[in-house]
Design a protein around this ligand. Structure first.
Ligand SMILES: Nc1nc2c(ncn2[C@@H]2O[C@H](COP(=O)(O)OP(=O)(O)OP(=O)(O)O)[C@@H](O)[C@H]2O)c(=O)[nH]1
Length: 672
């Protein structure tokens, strides 16, 4: 009888191997149809699994596609936002540059108008006064980009000669350069409009004496200045700087004529090179942000409408501009319409380069695909584990180093009859019956102290139910970071234990009467004899054979005979002490082992008691039977010292009884 937990330390591998073999065999026996599925079953299985895989692949593909679309939408949104941000920023830049440009041209205009005021406010402005005024303006410092101031006089063809003489004479006193003064180009005409004075003289002397009337655009500008008070020319090339585009701005003045007559046909003028204007007005940092083009669209009145480029940055490499939306501002200056055009350069739009975008999208899609795939796998694995747990023969507990159950599988309830909550938060051994708790605690301690895995058989103390045999296989996984626990694999061995008990019962007990059989009797007899030997005591064997039992069988049938035998067994047991053993050797033959009879008298008295009790009527199915028995007795150590010897002596004595008549008791004779 196994009543204590069975620690099988160190034999876990053998256990596992045999267990595995047994389980494999049983699973093969049970599920042979699964191991070698029929064609129908196989196609059914593949029909079940293939769509699952295909579905998973479809989901992954759908997620990847969705991520790509999403990324694309985000990218479009980002580009739109970036473009609008960039547009706003660029518009600010454009306005800033335009304002600077306008301010600078207005400064030039004011300087010319100031010179005009100077003439208007004086009775006579000499070349020296003009130069003083111009110097006072400090044009190099205060009006950078402005190339020269000039005073131009209207001279009729008739006065031409006298005027030239007058200039040479009067002005050469101030500057010898006037000594060779003449009007050019020599185009005899009605009226001349001659550059009489210019400041600074250095670099501008070539224009002294230049007849503005000889140039169509200048002539128109003079006319407009006279009618509107101020005018600018379209882009021109100056006499003194023919390689650069320049603009001449003019204002009319009335001043006493060279010959004493007041004339209002004169003009004051200033010229600037457009390049200088741009470099002066727009800071280099601002310049780098756009490509600039200024186009003279013609006069305000639309007299000349040929657009002429005033200024243009280096040509744009169109290929390098991802975003080429041009912004333009119109500036009316001196009666001319200027279109100032700004085209952003690369730096204006901070877009992520296309290769990077493609890489990001591929990376994002791959990542999403991988995550989806892994998630699908995980879901499938979890479902499979769940399904396996539902059919598993074991459940797993995670136990900390102190023996407290940290978690229990959901299948614990099915396998142990106790739900996880009844396991969790308690020491493992508190769930087993008191008698087994110590062994479980000790076994657990050994495993925690780095012992090998062990298997324990113990009984589970279940509230409101009978104890149940379980086997716990303990393995120390505390040092494994991903587990960090002692793992207990628990299986239900209750049925096996019941079977083992039954086998034991069959091996040692008679199935009809439930009395010990010969094997158990012999074991107990040997134990009793050795105890008697130690205490110099006695023991006795009584062989009892029913008389005429065959007739009961023959008359009433075997079943009645069985009942009679079982009743006889009960009567024999009741007639004796608990410490005595009543065994059935077979048929109608019983043997009794008396533990501690004081002497022969005691034994004979017991035999007499048995004979008397057996003789009482025995009712089976309403019919009384009268059983008699012949008894033979032998005593330890008087008639023998071994079981076989004593049994043989008692048997012989029983036969003597039987031969002498029915219902007699006979003691074995003394040893020779
Ligand atoms: N009902 C029943 N009969 C049994 C069982 N075992 C043996 N028998 C029968 O018991 C009888 C024993 O035979 P015997 O020893 O000659 O029976 P008996 O009639 O008592 O004869 P004596 O011992 O000479 O008095 C046989 O008829 C067996 O068939 C059993 O388990 N059940």
């Amino acid at each position: 009888m196994v009543a204590q937990p069975n620690a099988i330390a160190g034999r876990s591998s053998a256990f596992s191997a045999s267990e595995h073999t047994a389980r494999t065999r049983s699973s093969k026996e049970q599920g042979s149809s699964m191991d070698s599925p029929s064609p129908t079953a196989r196609s059914y299985v593949s029909a079940l699994t293939l769509p699952a895989r295909r579905r998973s692949a479809l989901i992954t593909a759908a997620v990847v596609a969705a991520v790509i679309v999403l990324q694309w939408l985000v990218l479009l949104q980002y580009q739109a936002l970036e473009a609008s941000r960039s547009e706003r920023a660029f518009a600010r830049t454009v306005d800033q540059a335009t304002v600077s440009l306008i301010q600078q041209t207005v400064l030039y205009q004011n300087a010319v108008l100031g010179l005009r005021a100077h003439y208007l406010g004086s009775d006579e402005v000499t070349v020296a006064k003009f130069a003083r005024y111009a110097r006072a303006l400090e044009i190099e410092q205060a009006l950078p980009g402005l190339r020269a101031f000039a005073f131009n006089r209207e001279v009729s063809e008739d006065d031409r000669e006298a005027y030239v003489k007058w200039v040479r004479k009067t002005l050469s006193e101030y500057d010898p350069a006037y000594a060779g003064f003449d009007i050019y180009p020599v185009e005899p005409g009605h009226t001349h409009h001659v550059v009489e004075t210019i400041h600074p003289p250095l670099g501008n002397q070539r224009s002294l004496g230049y007849d503005l009337m000889s140039s169509e655009v200048r002539r128109l500008a003079i006319a407009r200045a006279r009618s509107h008070g101020f005018a600018a020319t379209p882009p021109i090339r100056l006499q003194q700087a023919p390689n650069a585009i320049a603009v001449l701005i003019l204002a009319p003045v009335s001043t006493p004529g060279w010959n004493g007559h007041l004339s209002n046909q004169q003009t004051v003028a200033a010229s600037f090179l457009v390049n200088d204007l741009i470099h002066t007005a727009i800071a280099p940092a601002l310049r780098r942000r756009f490509h600039l083009q200024i186009v003279d669209l013609g006069s305000e009145e639309g007299l000349d409408t040929f657009p002429t480029v005033l200024f243009e940055d280096d040509a744009i490499n169109n290929e390098t501009l991802p975003y080429r939306q041009m912004l333009h501002r119109t500036h009316i200056y001196g009666g001319r319409r200027w279109d100032i055009r700004f085209t952003p350069r690369n730096a204006e739009l901070h877009l992520i380069p296309m290769p990077v975008i493609v890489l990001l999208m591929i990376g994002g899609a791959l990542m999403a695909g991988t995550i989806t795939h892994l998630t699908q796998q995980r879901i499938r694995r979890a479902a499979r584990n769940q399904a396996l747990a539902e059919q598993a023969l074991d459940c797993v507990l995670e136990i900390d180093a102190d023996g407290v159950v940290r978690s229990a599988d959901a299948s614990t309830a099915r396998i142990t009859g106790m739900p996880p909550v009844q396991w969790e938060g308690r020491p493992l051994w508190s769930s087993v019956v008191e008698e087994d708790a110590d062994a479980v605690r000790t076994g657990f301690g050994k495993v925690v102290a780095d012992g090998p895995p062990i298997a324990l058989e113990c009984r589970l103390a279940r509230p409101d139910a009978d104890p149940r045999w379980i086997e716990i296989r303990l393995g120390n996984q505390l040092s494994k970071r991903t587990i960090g626990a002692v793992l207990a694999q628990v299986s239900d061995i209750d049925a096996r234990k019941q079977a083992e008990a039954e086998i034991e019962r069959l091996a040692f007990f008679d199935s009809l009467t439930k009395l010990p059989n010969r094997r158990l009797l012999e074991q107990r007899a040997e134990m009793t004899f050795s105890a008697a030997r130690r205490h110099r005591g006695r023991a006795a064997l009584l062989v009892i054979d029913l008389d005429g039992f065959k007739q009961i069988n023959d008359n009433a049938g075997h079943a009645t005979g069985d009942t009679v035998l079982a009743t006889v067994a009960t009567r024999l047991q009741l007639a004796l002490r608990d410490s005595d053993t009543v065994a059935r050797l077979g048929g109608d033959e019983f043997v009794i082992l008396l533990g501690q009879p004081a002497n022969e008298v005691d034994v004979r008295a017991a035999a007499g008691r048995l004979t008397r009790d057996l003789a009482l009527p025995l009712n089976v199915d309403g019919r009384n039977w009268f059983v008699r028995a012949s008894i033979g007795m032998a005593m330890f150590p008087d008639h023998g010292t071994s079981f076989a010897e004593l049994l043989s002596r008692a048997d012989a004595a029983m036969y003597r009884s039987k031969r002498s008549g029915s219902g007699l008791n006979t003691m074995a004779g003394p040893l020779p």
